[in-house]
Design a protein around this ligand. Structure first.
Ligand SMILES: *Cc1c(COP(=O)(O)O)cnc(C)c1O
Length: 404
């Protein structure tokens, strides 16, 4: 491919006409959020310090953290903040139980391998949630476990894990809870009054609808104090970032200034929309339109209804011999929407996100694009293989009493 002297952006559509991102982040942002990035800022400037302080305060308020919790922003993508949290809050002599049902739980375990810290896993595969009684049994049998790591919405399948029930089990057994709420925080209520986590991790470019560039850790102040000396890494040391930020109001090392400003603007819009409840309402409506429309076209969801998050939904790839994901993706993109490939280990799938600056009209738009793609590809049957549906039946037989 000869591309040396060609500007790869030369064919780009004008701002505001680019395809909508139906992905779990980076995602479609508003013009107001994009425009917040037009100014250059000095990172030591008083005004910029006020921006950082305002962001930290809003995020603490979002989970009712009050005076007991603090918020530490951290440069990098969300995984940098997860690594920072695992290494800072799980002491070198600690031991974690990692609850896995997808790629992000697996990544947490892999991070622990890199850190050389002890852990065990409960691996439920691609689409089953860890159940509270299973977690209780593991904690009762292994008194060395100090921390439990749970992914709130496992973005690889879109499953919303039973956080409250698992939190109750962990807290009642006097262990500490670390929550990866990367893809849920800001859209699904998470209050320390119900779920008294030790720490929670999320990032700028998910449900708050900012642009990529940093993550944030909300943690108990006692945990932040105790984290001193735990981290393997200077850059990812949450205690050091926290202590320096509280002492100077600045980020220790160069902050992604434009991203931080975009995030403040995104937070203001989150507040205007009615906070977490308002955001949930829009995403939930997006999900309902998407799922009912896809089922009308003949597609089926990986998950039984009660486990489907309003964040992202996984659909089985159809058995129709004319289906081919790459072509499907391109046909949909031509019609103005970007979808996401699947991330499952067993069955072929693709994903469609409900998060970002998207509303009912966009969800109807993507449904029309998918219908058009199927017609263009000569597909007549969008239903999944029978085995796939058998697997889902097993899942829907699991208890019914979850609350989130
Ligand atoms: C997005 C996401 C992450 C972080 O991914 P990055 O690509 O590093 O931003 C971690 N956990 C979950 C559940 C996520 O959805």
């Amino acid at each position: 491919m000869k591309t040396e002297n060609i500007n790869p952006l030369s064919n780009m559509k004008p701002v505001g006409e680019e395809p909508f991102l139906l992905t779990p982040g980076p995602l479609t942002t508003t013009m107001r959020t994009k425009e917040a990035m037009l100014r250059d800022w000095g990172s030591w400037d008083q005004e910029f310090k006020k921006v950082t302080a305002r962001i930290r305060k809003s995020l603490i308020d979002m989970c009712d953290g009050g005076a007991d919790y603090d918020c530490v922003p951290m440069q990098g993508s969300g995984s940098f903040s997860v690594e920072a949290a695992l290494s800072s809050f799980i002491p070198r002599e600690g031991k974690a139980l990692i609850l896995m049902n997808g790629a992000y739980g697996q990544r947490a375990a892999k991070t622990m391998d890199y850190l050389g810290r002890e852990y065990v896993t409960l691996d439920k595969g691609d689409y089953l949630p860890a159940m509270p009684d299973e977690v209780a049994a593991i904690l009762d049998a292994d008194k060395d476990i100090t921390h439990v790591v749970l992914v709130h919405c496992e973005t690889s399948s879109g499953i919303l894990n039973p956080l409250k029930e698992i939190s109750d089990v962990v807290i009642s057994r006097d262990r500490k809870l670390i929550v990866d709420s990367m893809s849920a925080f800001g859209a699904i209520a998470l209050s320390v009054k119900d779920i008294p986590f030790e720490c929670m991790v999320s990032s700028a470019n998910k449900c708050i609808e900012g642009v990529p560039g940093f993550g944030f850790i909300i943690a108990r102040k006692t945990a932040l104090e105790a984290a001193k000396g735990n981290s393997h890494s200077l850059c990812l040391d949450v205690h050091d970032q926290w202590a320096a930020m509280n002492a100077t109001g600045q980020w220790r090392f160069t902050p992604p200034t434009h991203t931080v400003l975009a995030f403040l603007e995104a937070l203001l819009q989150h507040e205007e929309e009615g906070g977490v409840a308002g955001r949930f309402k829009r995403y939930d409506n997006n999900r309902q339109i998407l799922i009912s429309g896809m089922r009308k076209l003949g597609f089926e969801t990986l998950l039984a209804d009660r486990w489907i998050s309003p964040i992202i939904t996984t659909f089985f790839c159809p058995t129709d011999p004319n289906f081919e994901f790459t072509r499907f993706y391109e046909e949909i993109k031509t019609r103005g929407y970007i979808i996401y490939p699947g991330k499952l280990t067993i069955v072929a799938s693709f994903r469609i996100g409900c998060i970002g600056s998207l509303d009912a009209a966009n969800m109807h738009g993507v449904l029309a694009a998918i219908k058009g793609a199927c017609e263009a590809m000569g597909m007549t049957d969008c239903s999944p293989p029978a085995e796939a549906l058998e697997q889902r039946k097993l899942q829907s037989e699991l208890g019914n009493e979850t609350s989130y």
